[in-house]
Write a protein that binds this ligand. Sequence first.
Ligand code: NAD
Length: 357
Amino acid sequence: MKDLIFKVENSSVKLTCLKEAAQIIDLLPDNSKYCVVADADVIKLHKNFTDLLVERGYLIFEVSAAEKNKNIETYTQIIDFMQKNEMKRSDRLLGLGGGAITDLAGFVASTYMRGIQYFQIPTSLLAQVDASIGGKTGINHGHIKNFIGSFYNPAEVFICSEFLKTLNEQEFLNGFSEVLKHSLITSQQSLEKLKERAEKILSQDTEVLLECIEESIEIKAQVVASDFKESGVRKYLNFGHTFAHGIESINDSKPIFHGHAVTIGMQMALGYSHQLGFLKSDSYKLAINTICEFNYDFSDIALDANRIFEAMKSDKKNTKTMNLVLLKDIGHPFIYEEHSNEILKDYINKFIHEFKK
Ligand SMILES: NC(=O)c1ccc[n+]([C@@H]2O[C@H](COP(=O)([O-])OP(=O)(O)OC[C@H]3O[C@@H](n4cnc5c(N)ncnc54)[C@H](O)[C@@H]3O)[C@@H](O)[C@H]2O)c1
């Protein structure tokens, strides 16, 4: 078990990494009422653990199809549930599930009676290395993701590798794209370590996996601690994301993994960094070869250069020029303002032509 503490603005967030879920129970402060906002599938798949929460008398609010229900209706139902159960400001909230649940539970916690203490148990890899770190909470509204939300930190996040065993390989890789991204924007050494440990990561070797998760979290936590409200370096966490938003947008009729779109987006950004002469060939090859060590299945993802480019342009962040996070070298991200639509569009075309799904 390893503890990481990171300071954000005036508070500090504790992250506890563990191998077994049951260990979490004894670490939760036991002097108040808890409401657990929990993913229905996680309840079923990890019944031994959720039974322990029930035995302790915790109130369970079950959310099925978390992303679909990450909205104002569910938010209101949770508030009603907590109010009916006479939860006070000194009581606590616990989020148990993937990123949709930790975002939703965090938002409830930040607003119930002007804010109550909350704990997170992220159960998907994406939530462990990304969504539960950084204090962003939120719900979707209309067709816009995370339109309503707040910045609010949990008191503690419990990262437990046992939960990951019930994710299938592609769900696991969905979250792993954030691990790859954190390494790409941090250092060549960090990336080389991922390449060396690829086989053990894919077979979910507990020691190696927890080590990778801890390192990845430390990277995100450091970035967030230095720029909580995303006015500077936190933007580098968007590496690959402008391309990925374009890819997701043209695939909106069928769900694709966000992480898979980001992984293609990062390859596009690496290739563009190389084409523009920023990223040396050796570094470019190392980055692409590392990504290829992992068994991403991109076969269902539609790629169409013109439509991806138009979707990227219509992103609200790209009103005048297109801002892309590119790499000067591995570990050296920067913001590149693209003024030439034609050069970028031609590049996306070439990338898709050569890309092997
Ligand atoms: N707050 C942030 O900084 C931040 C960052 C990135 C993403 N997000 C949000 O996170 C969400 C995406 O995260 P996600 O992929 O975890 O989504 P999710 O919560 O919808 O979970 C994805 C699927 O995995 C299942 N699942 C969760 N844990 C499981 C487990 N241990 N075993 C088997 N199945 C499991 C869920 O039931 C769900 O079907 C989005 O809503 C996104 O907006 C937030």
